[in-house]
Design a protein around this ligand. Structure first.
Ligand SMILES: [Fe+2]
Ligand SMILES: [Fe+2]
Length: 259
């Protein structure tokens, strides 16, 4: 899917949206278009930038946290297939599972490119506490078969946060990291579109569900915000220059009618 913002998918008519966003065929064509000819998620002929020891270390810590967020999405999206209430959602989640598997792999490979000999051990050691807690919370919702809450936690809260963080990071990142993140962002935008569409429809059908999701959102808010701040610290974005996660998150939540 081409375009420059989360809103792209909302420009589609509802039936076109369902067909486009939920189709395996569409997904395959889309990813083939922007992943062909890459080396572990980025263009093969981009030279590694000269990084200071401190910049490299900061980047390693950042990718460790990204790997945890992507692993959460891989585990949750695959677990959600079994409890998805309709075929469209199951097929979409099968494509998201593959996207997230790719994201985990490229994040770990980036660590290796940065000189980390054992990326998984490094992730264990260095990933931030908030992103670990968010992973735990999302997986609890999946295990409890809380479809609406888990889709909200993963496809709205986690994905919007990743979208905002990756976009902010890509603006100042070294060329390899920027190329990698820009390609991951295209997938995350599609994942958010699915979450909003799925929840928007279900909320319209059931007022009680909207109230329940409002409660879930309130419980998740502080964890999402902490994870965002943790990521901004790791990237080294000064406080005054931090993009507003609140803006992207609130826009989504407002569109869903959650307060
Ligand atoms: Fe992802
Ligand atoms: Fe995602």
């Amino acid at each position: 899917m081409s375009g420059s913002g989360i809103d792209d998918v909302h420009a589609l008519e509802p039936e076109d949206f369902i067909e486009e966003v939920h189709s395996f065929e569409h997904w395959f064509e889309a990813v083939e278009g922007y992943l062909k000819g890459l080396d572990h998620g980025h263009l093969p002929d981009v030279a590694e930038a000269l990084l200071t020891a401190e910049e490299r270390d900061r980047l390693i810590a950042t990718f460790c946290s990204y790997a945890v967020a992507e692993t959460a999405a891989l585990e949750a999206s695959s677990g959600l297939i079994a409890i998805a209430p309709n075929r469209h959602a199951k097929i979409f989640l099968s494509t998201q599972t593959v996207d997230e598997g790719r994201h985990v792999e490229v994040m770990l490979h980036r660590l290796r490119e940065l000189g980390v000999p054992d990326p998984e051990a490094e992730v264990e050691r260095r990933a931030g506490p908030s992103v670990r807690n968010l992973r735990k919370k999302i997986l609890q919702l999946v295990e409890a078969h809380e479809w609406d809450a888990a889709i909200f936690a993963q496809n709205v809260a986690l994905e919007t946060m990743e979208y905002t963080v990756f976009r902010a990071h890509a603006r100042t990142a070294d060329p390899i990291t920027r190329d990698l993140l820009e390609r991951v962002l295209r997938d995350e935008r599609r994942h958010i579109g699915f979450g909003e569409n799925e929840l928007g429809r279900r909320i319209r059908e059931d007022k009680k569900r909207r109230l329940w999701l409002g409660t879930v959102k309130s419980e998740l808010d502080s964890l999402v915000l902490q994870t965002f701040e943790e990521a901004m610290e790791e990237i080294g974005v000064p406080r005054w220059d931090r993009p507003s996660l609140g803006r992207d998150y609130l826009e989504t939540v407002n569109r869903l009618g959650l307060v």
